[in-house]
Design a protein around this ligand. Structure first.
Ligand SMILES: Cc1cc2nc3c(=O)[nH]c(=O)nc-3n(C[C@H](O)[C@H](O)[C@H](O)COP(=O)(O)OP(=O)(O)OC[C@H]3O[C@@H](n4cnc5c(N)ncnc54)[C@H](O)[C@@H]3O)c2cc1C
Ligand SMILES: Cc1cc2nc3c(=O)[nH]c(=O)nc-3n(C[C@H](O)[C@H](O)[C@H](O)COP(=O)(O)O)c2cc1C
Length: 587
């Protein structure tokens, strides 16, 4: 038996999940040093090293859902420490909102999710500070890095709104807010440099403490990272939807041996894709450009067709690209100036539709410059590393569809399906979608379509470790006969008892539509009794409709079964969230 409890052990595993071999070895030595009393007990990335009185502490806050803001914030904290500055790193999900009132120096790395909304779990913080109850913040110095995606009309909304609010409350922006698109690396590192320079310039006589250098030794950078991915060999690619299905979903297995990558159930795998060669060919045809002519991307000269295949986003639209089209096309000018039309266009069209339907003459270099950088896609890992050492399994829905008389190929899903020998990957850890530390705690897993992926990892993990907690899966898709993803495994698990309950909702098998939220409502009594006995509840898959409808269904369950008012039902769910018992991974 380990001399620490399951909670501590799980927390430790979670902290080191992204470490490579060298970092793990260093950490083991570090812990041994602590045990021998050679290292100050207080050493941890979030505690405060002893600071000289003249040194002010900088609090770095992040609000994330898919991990980028956390990564930027961690790297920012490293830069601060390297400059001999004192920092604390806080996830806004776990930060008591009122505590900000006492902070003097704060940096915020804030992502926007939903439709211009705060990342899951951080709503309580923002609700408080955007409300009338919020006190003045006259002594707060701050700066914000806003992360977003310019294919949404509410681009970087949270960063923008919070910046305005802090100014209203009297806080001082020491460096202007910077808004980043998906290719956030360059603006994020520029902003980092600016805020570090600012802090260093006002911080008098700072001496790097011994703790600082020790902390630097354990960098949070992973062996393979978004910037330096690992080439994982493709072991298997199997279609798991039946012949009659309207969808093509793939079970993909990748070999992580030698990567030094560690992951936990709940984490995602980042895939650095290449665009479909067929799509690039169609684009070149429509643009009447020669793929062999050379262009320059990030200082490197390469053929246009390579630039479009490997470097640039040629599927999802971005506002800067449409703005560039608008300078040459009056119809587009009208669209970009109307928020709703713009939003509709960005949701329904891809780059190929714009170059085909809003014809303008492009020089090769101009076209490439107007497009944003090709960014990695995330996939929930569908395997437990303990049940499948050195492997990561994915459940990938192929994005290939006909619209406006032309074929559209999604970038990463088609890249994975095209059978490359290897795929550049990294682990995106997600501490906000974790199994309970106590293996005896019951879990309710709700997911539609590929949203089932992490649950395969959850159940594999609990089986592998002989955890006795009850597992309940509520799965939805279109048709039983063709879309019951991993059907054989789930039925086997149910038979052997690894799954206590399995409820399915196949929307197109009957006249009226049945979705997972209907199963939640039908099972109201059991859901409520499981929650009352401490169950954790998970929701994974479609963000636009499924997650919203399941949330509504859960509120209805709490009202009917718990006899709660609307307000108290909402409080109950918020409480579950703050206890990390209601976790969502939606996209
Ligand atoms: C945390 C997280 C976990 C995820 N896990 C998974 C997972 O387990 N499995 C999975 O398959 N995906 C998952 N995704 C989604 C995944 O990251 C990709 O977004 C998805 O595979 C599409 O990527 P792509 O590069 O193939 O398509 P892209 O090149 O990104 O093109 C997608 C775009 O095409 C358009 N589009 C797609 N289908 C249609 C259609 N039928 N009609 C009109 N327009 C359409 C939309 O504009 C869409 O934005 C996850 C996302 C996140 C954030
Ligand atoms: C479901 C979903 C909804 C999103 N909504 C928005 C949005 O409304 N506005 C925006 O600027 N970005 C939006 N984004 C993009 C994220 O802000 C962007 O991917 C960011 O880099 C994520 O940061 P994080 O990894 O720290 O969560 C959305 C992303 C997802 C997956």
């Amino acid at each position: 038996m380990p001399p620490v409890g399951a909670d501590s052990l799980n927390a430790l595993r979670s902290v080191v999940a992204g470490y490579d071999k060298e970092q793990l070895l260093w950490s083991s030595g570090f812990l041994a040093g602590m045990a021998a009393g050679r290292v100050a007990d207080s050493l941890s990335p979030v505690t405060q090293p002893v600071a000289s009185p003249a040194t002010s502490t900088w609090l770095i806050f992040f609000a994330t859902e898919t991990g980028s803001s956390r990564r930027v914030a961690e790297s920012l904290a490293d830069r601060y420490r390297e400059a001999g500055l004192v920092v604390e790193l806080h996830d806004l999900r776990d930060y008591r909102p009122k505590a900000l009132a006492r902070v003097e120096n704060a940096l915020f790395v804030l992502a926007t999710h939903g439709i211009g909304e705060a990342p899951d779990g951080t709503e309580i913080f923002f609700e408080y500070w955007l409300s009338d109850k919020a006190p003045r913040l006259d002594s707060l110095n701050y700066s914000i890095l806003a992360l977003g995606d310019s294919s949404y009309v509410d681009f970087c909304e949270m960063g923008r709104v919070f910046d305005e609010r802090l100014q209203q409350l009297g806080a001082t922006a020491v460096v202007d807010t910077v808004e980043c698109d998906l290719d956030y690396e360059t603006p994020a590192s520029d902003w980092t440099r600016q805020v570090v320079d600012h802090a260093a310039s006002i911080s008098a006589a700072i001496k790097a403490s011994p703790q600082v250098s020790l902390l630097r030794a354990v960098s949070t950078t992973q062996a393979a990272s978004r910037e330096r991915p690992f080439d994982a060999e493709m072991l298997s690619n199997q279609k798991i939807t039946g012949n009659g299905s309207s969808k093509d979903v793939r079970h993909i297995e990748l070999d992580l041996e030698g990567s030094g990558l560690n992951y936990l159930p709940g984490d995602s795998l980042g895939v650095v894709p290449q665009n479909s060669p067929e799509l690039v060919e169609k684009l070149l045809e429509s643009l009447s450009l020669d793929g062999g002519q050379h262009v320059t991307v990030a200082g490197q000269e390469l053929p246009l067709s390579d630039a479009l295949t490997q470097c640039k986003e040629v599927t999802v639209l971005s506002k800067p690209f449409l703005d560039a089209v608008a300078t040459r096309n009056s119809a587009m000018q009208k669209i970009v100036s109307h928020r709703d039309e713009l939003s509709h266009l960005m949701k329904t069209h891809q780059v190929i539709d714009i170059v085909s339907d809003y014809k303008t003459a492009w020089e090769a270099q101009e076209f490439v410059d107007a497009l944003r950088k090709l960014t990695p896609r995330l996939y929930s890992i569908a395997s437990s590393p303990d049940a499948n050492p050195d492997e990561a399994h994915l459940t990938v829905a192929l994005v290939k569809y006909e619209q406006f008389g032309r074929t559209h190929w999604g970038s990463a899903s088609n890249f994975l399906n095209a059978g490359p020998d290897s795929v550049p990957v990294y682990v995106e850890k997600n501490d906000h979608f974790r199994l309970p530390a106590d293996g005896d705690t019951p879990i309710i897993m709700i997911g539609a379509g590929t949203g089932v992926a992490p649950y395969r990892a959850f159940v594999e993990h609990r089986r592998e470790h002989g955890h006795g907690g009850d597992n309940w899966l509520i799965f939805g898709d279109r048709n039983f006969s063709s879309d019951f993803l991993y059907q054989i495994e789930w039925l086997r698990y149910r038979k052997e008892g690894s799954l206590k309950y399995l409820d399915v909702a196949f929307s197109r098998d009957q006249q009226h539509k049945v979705y997972v939220q209907h199963r939640v409502l039908e099972q109201a009594q059991r859901i409520y009794s499981w929650l009352e006995r401490g169950a954790h509840i998970y929701v994974c898959g479609d963000a636009d409709r499924m997650a919203v409808d399941v949330n509504k269904a859960l509120l209805a369950v709490l009202r009917s079964e718990g006899n709660l008012s609307e307000e108290h039902a909402a409080d109950y769910l918020s409480q579950l969230k703050s206890e990390h018992r209601y976790q969502r991974d939606v996209y």
